[in-house]
Design a protein around this ligand. Structure first.
Ligand SMILES: C[S@@+](CC[C@H](N)C(=O)[O-])C[C@H]1O[C@@H](n2cnc3c(N)ncnc32)[C@H](O)[C@@H]1O
Length: 300
């Protein structure tokens, strides 16, 4: 078994709202760094522009094409009108359009290079089935990331041990909201045969892999579907490794459905306007933090 270094943040005086202690956690575990949590919230603003990023991206590309076409007709001699040059112009215009549409910063380089890459790829003369297969594979793994705004990335090895360390000491029920490839649940289920683990996953290929790889573990139940439709009552610990986008919605669901005293553990992402009751700092390269909240027992 690998070692895990789980460091607790230095204690701070919790706000009156969050004065409750995680049952089973020692006094020094009842920690957080409210200023740090607030800084993180600011770095993860919940923007209304992220509601349909795919639609915004298509719009930016179309506006980029219109602007590039107009500019080329108005200002450039026909000799300039090479596919790659036009694509580069379109990319620059799409970047500006995306910026004006207030897309997140990481979209901007994608807009810049998208059309030039399409032109270059066409020049490679690859068979069309290759593109179709690539698209299908990405679809089966990432599914509706455009609407969920939660892509696939996995809880790393050290963080798995950290999650294990925050499970209640007594037999418990745990759910992983969007369980990905099931590696976390496999690890937890082997380490805690006294507990039962449920994983929800909507991406078909990821779900199939999680299901196959947990086959034979009697205390794991991997289900295909949308975790938003699954009630959280009856779970002692709800684990989520999602993204900033759904955190407010998750908090509302947790408060409405989780049993009093049950723990909500969010890897990396914080609930807006809510300082976590405890934060577990994982000694890994990406400096993972597990933010721990208590479900229904806190006032909103
Ligand atoms: C960041 S990954 C985390 C995977 C896993 N929990 C882990 O920690 O290793 C999030 C996963 O949630 C899945 N997901 C996102 N929204 C979902 C939803 N509404 N219902 C079910 N799965 C969802 C994604 O497909 C992705 O596999």
């Amino acid at each position: 078994m690998g070692t895990v270094s789980v460091a607790m943040s230095p204690a701070y005086k919790p706000r009156a709202l969050n004065r409750k202690r995680v049952p089973g956690m020692s006094k020094q575990d009842d920690v957080s760094t409210e200023p740090a949590a607030r800084r993180r919230e600011k770095r993860q603003p919940h923007s209304h522009h992220t509601r349909n990023p795919l639609l915004s991206a298509v719009l930016a590309q179309l506006l980029g094409a219109l602007a590039a076409g107009g500019l080329a007709l108005a200002f450039f001699p026909p000799s300039f009108v090479q596919p790659l040059a036009i694509a580069a112009l379109q990319g620059s215009c799409a970047l500006v359009a995306a910026w004006r549409l207030r897309a997140r910063a990481w979209w901007l380089p994608i807009h810049l290079v998208f059309m030039p890459l399409v032109v270059l790829a066409r020049g490679m003369d690859l068979p069309s089935w290759l593109w179709a297969s690539g698209f299908l594979l990405l679809l089966l793994i990432f599914w509706r990331t455009d609407t969920s705004q939660v892509p696939l990335y996995l809880t790393n090895r050290k963080s798995r041990y950290a999650v294990l360390s925050v499970l209640p000491a007594t037999p418990c029920r745990v759910i992983d909201l969007g369980c990905g490839d099931g590696a976390l649940l496999r690890h937890l289920a082997r380490s805690r045969p006294d507990c039962t683990f449920v994983g929800f996953e909507h991406a078909p290929l990821t779900w199939a892999w999680a299901r196959l790889s947990t086959h034979g573990l009697a205390n794991v139940d991997i289900r295909r579907g949308d975790f938003w439709t699954h009630p959280l009552a009856g779970y002692d610990l709800v684990y989520a490794f999602l993204s900033p986008a759904p955190m407010a919605r998750l908090w509302a669901k947790a408060r409405a459905e989780m049993s009093p005293g049950a723990r909500l553990v969010s890897n990396s992402f914080v609930v807006p306007e809510q300082a976590p009751l405890a934060v577990v700092d994982v000694d890994d390269k990406r400096r993972t933090r597990l933010n721990i909240y208590i479900g229904a027992s806190l006032p909103g």
